[in-house]
Design a protein. Structure first.
Length: 404
């Protein structure tokens, strides 16, 4: 007859079962040092971003918000302070607990993406359409669900790919299911009239599919289809919604509505050209005086170029590049697929946003409205970004790294 297990043996089996899932209830916090270079790059970009936000926005804030030149800076400083607290707290929490929160976060995110379609701030577009991007909150604050959706998508893909990594070469697991997830997220965000975030979400998902091991032949076919779609959209911009099609027309025709759709881009180019090699000096921009429309948002980099010049802009781009590269180093040193994929998704999001923002500001691509991380004004975006940085730092504590 089989022997009965003692209480001690039962505890050992239960403990082993919990550990077999990769995390135990006692493993809530992480010990060990975080990645100092990644933290230093984050603090440097955040500090420069806050300084440039104030410099770029005080004339517009004075004009728009009852002579309060500090309007954007004060609020962004508060958002950054809250985000830093979230970053340091998250850096001490075992990132594997995020896997437990994956499904609840997904449900909350999808609910918010649906709610914002019916309950949102009234931001009219130039064509009379309504941008449904922000849920109003008490105190005059707003919440942008798409910023939460970026992290939710990264977390969902990290969990999915780490579970089905061995099956990602198969069409069903490597293409159908991931593409279905992307379509759901992108579809809901597209309904908000938020084309830039729709593109960003697609690229984040595609990047994680590629890293996760989807069949490269099928992936190449998808890229070919995407290139064809882009060609069709550029050739026939009326296929898109009015506001998106108009932006493509304004990009193709440099004389198109100089006081309308081309106004912001033209003045952005004037600002960049005025900056020259060394810039006109911090605080000395002329284009921020109501020429570059809403300089606190996605065109803030044009003011950076005007005031700091090519040298200053290049340094900032190099800092962003170093942050992304350092993130990939952390991912490469992580022995856990879930953690590595989380880091790759987060730094890919940052890298894609930076690249697209700079290309928009320099008129390399149509105006998509993608914000510049750490620089552009936005509470939800800043707090979520710093929280995601905390996730990377949490993973870095687990990764075996050489001291630098």
């Amino acid at each position: 007859m089989p022997e009965r297990l003692s209480n001690g043996d039962s505890k050992i089996i239960r403990t082993n079962k919990k550990k077999s899932k990769g995390i135990s209830k006692d493993d809530i916090f992480i010990t060990g040092s975080m990645d100092i270079p990644f933290l230093a790059l984050t603090i440097a970009l955040l500090t420069i971003g806050l300084v440039m936000l104030f410099s770029a926005t005080y004339p517009y804030a004075y004009y728009r918000y009852n002579h309060d030149s500090y309007y954007f800076f004060t609020r962004q400083f508060i958002f950054s302070a809250v985000g830093l607290v979230a970053m340091f707290v998250m850096s001490k929490i075992n990132y594997k607990w995020l896997r437990v929160a994956n499904v609840p976060l997904l449900i909350v995110t999808l609910l918010c993406l649906v709610i914002v379609l019916f309950y949102h701030t009234n931001i009219p577009g130039a064509d009379g359409s309504s941008f449904k991007r922000f849920i109003p909150l008490p105190g005059g604050f707003t919440f942008q669900p798409s910023d939460l959706a970026k992290f939710s998508l990264i977390l969902l893909f990290a969990a999915y790919i780490s579970d089905y990594y061995g099956k990602m070469k198969k069409f069903k697991y490597g293409i159908v299911y991931p593409l279905g997830i992307i379509i759901i997220f992108c579809g809901l965000i597209f309904l908000e009239h938020h084309m830039s975030c729709t593109i960003l979400m697609f690229l984040i998902g595609a990047t994680m599919m590629w890293v996760g091991g989807s069949d490269w032949k099928l992936f190449a076919l998808g890229v070919a289809v995407l290139v064809l779609v882009v060609f069709m959209v550029i050739t026939f911009p009326d296929l898109l919604e009015n506001y998106a099609g108009t932006r493509i027309k304004a990009w193709l025709d440099k004389d198109f509505e100089p006081t309308g759709s081309r106004w912001q881009t033209n003045n952005s180019l004037y600002a960049i050209g005025s900056g020259g090699f060394f810039g006109v000096g911090l605080g000395n921009s002329k284009q921020k005086y109501l020429y570059v429309s809403e300089p606190q948002n996605d065109f803030i980099f044009s003011i950076v170029c005007e005031e700091l010049g090519f040298i200053g802009a290049a340094v900032i781009i190099l800092l962003f590049g170093a942050l992304v590269v350092r993130g990939f180093i952390i991912a490469a040193r992580c022995h856990d697929k879930f953690g590595a994929l989380l880091v790759i998704g987060i730094v890919a999001q940052i890298g894609i946003q930076v690249g697209f923002n700079i290309m928009v500001v320099t008129d390399t691509i149509p105006n998509t409205g993608i914000a510049l991380p750490f620089f552009s004004y936005g509470g939800t975006a800043m707090m979520m970004l710093l929280f995601e940085i905390g996730v990377v730092l949490s993973v870095s504590r687990k990764a075996s790294q050489k001291k630098i």
